[in-house]
Design a binder for this molecule. Structure first.
Ligand SMILES: [Fe+2]
Length: 177
């Protein structure tokens, strides 16, 4: 049974995912689908919040919102990445036959996780500094950092929503065949 092929970027054979015959997913992929959907939604809301802050710089920016966003985002982003790397990706890899085709995709997503966490840490520091010492902050730099972070996050989220989530849903449906 071929699954997960319809929306893959180049529709070539390397993207085709085949279930390992008789293999059962471990850890309840159904819950993982819900968790992934929730994390993608939370990260999307974070991007909207970051864009709102960037658009309000410098005079209309809410200092409390800056601090709250800075404090929440690093933990949430790391939590989402840990879930994907430690639970979701291994569960998908365990259930598909064409692991060699999928491995570079997950490697790239993991690298993007690392980049986003690095950028989020820098944005956290800059947002807190802005909220505490607004007059001394480099607003142009902060705006550039904010936009860089939410644009990268949105690209990553879009890929996972369009490709990883449907793959996980397909594998979950296969469990109940
Ligand atoms: Fe991710």
């Amino acid at each position: 049974m071929w699954i997960g092929t319809a929306d893959m970027p180049d529709k070539s054979d390397k993207w085709r995912i085949r279930m390992v015959e008789g293999r059962q997913m471990s850890g309840g992929l159904l819950n993982m689908v819900d968790t992934l959907g929730s994390y993608l939604q939370q990260q999307g809301q974070l991007c909207d919040r970051l864009e709102e802050i960037a658009d309000s710089l410098p005079d209309s920016a809410d200092g409390v919102l800056c601090i709250e966003t800075a404090n929440q985002m690093v933990r949430m982003i790391k939590s989402a990445h840990s879930f994907e790397e430690e639970e979701l990706f291994p569960a998908i890899m365990a259930a598909v036959e064409d692991r060699l085709a999928l491995e570079p995709v997950f490697d790239r997503l993991k690298f993007e996780h690392w980049e986003d966490e690095e950028n989020a840490a820098c944005v956290h520091e800059a947002l807190c500094a802005f909220a505490v010492r607004r007059a001394d902050s480099n607003v142009e730099s902060l705006s550039w950092m904010l936009r860089g972070l939410f644009e990268c996050l949105r690209r990553h989220i879009a890929f996972e929503r369009d490709h990883v989530l449907p793959m996980a849903i397909s594998l979950t449906a296969r469990q109940f065949d």
